[in-house]
Design a protein around this ligand. Sequence first.
Ligand SMILES: N[C@@H](CCC(=O)N[C@@H](CS)C(=O)NCC(=O)O)C(=O)O
Ligand SMILES: [Fe+2]
Length: 286
Amino acid sequence: MTAPTVLSFFDKDTKTYSHVVADGHAGVCAVIDSVLDFDIKSGRTGTEGADALIAAVKERRWRADWVLETHAHADHLTAGPYVKAALGGQIAIGAQIPVVQATFARIYNLGSEFAPDGRQFDRLFADGDTFKIGTLAARVMATPGHTPACITYVVGDAAFIGDTLFAPDYGSARCDFPGGDARTLYRSIQRILSLPPETRLYQCHDYPPDGREPAPCATVTTQRASNVHLAGKDEDAFVAMREARDKKLEMPALLLPAVQINIRAGALPPAEPNGVSYLKIPVNRF
Ligand SMILES: N[C@@H](CCC(=O)N[C@@H](CS)C(=O)NCC(=O)O)C(=O)O
Ligand SMILES: [Fe+2]
């Protein structure tokens, strides 16, 4: 099997990892979890981070066949449409995304202009679906828990696990967003850890403690041996720990602006008659 080439890009503002997984020989890649910069103070989007990723792909003369999301992110805006316009590719996300869209359509009180049925994306991937990146075979695993629609992309000896496990010294993803569930996450993590021991598990975030550089991945072996949220814990103990921790977490700084764009596959809400697109903030809803 051809080993995939992986490039990883770290967004310091939201501590998000975007990845590019490529069949270098065929010159074809997939972009995973891209980030659009967003300045909440001015309401301005920016493309500095996405441009660096796009430049790295262009430099290698790769074409993107896929612009993949592991889930509808709650802490940053996706740059999916911007990446697609620059590199090509179909925008894809998990097949359960309508569940997330329906929940947030209620929260934002979106009108009939927004259809919570996944049509905003080019492709919806369900558990067990397969697709190609050049000659590389990619396989989808449903890994819900952080959100109901989270998926993992397995490409050769690399797996893009989104928000499930984080670095061994940090642990796991929160489960307190609408539709999140700690027990479901635990079971998804067990499925991920049943991949071959040498599999590189690429995370969507790293929140390194002071003094440690961010790291994009850890192997199944390393996660099994040393993840602080798993060591010595069975399912019930994990759930108790996760739920207790989640009670203490603040909302991500960009949740309210980000989700209303991410459930639209990265499109801004339709412009108002003056040509400007507006975001909504539900007051006293959370
Ligand atoms: N302080 C961060 C929080 C980000 C956050 O909540 N990240 C989620 C992933 S979208 C998570 O699972 N965090 C795990 C945790 O903090 O335990 C922000 O404002 O963006
Ligand atoms: Fe997330």
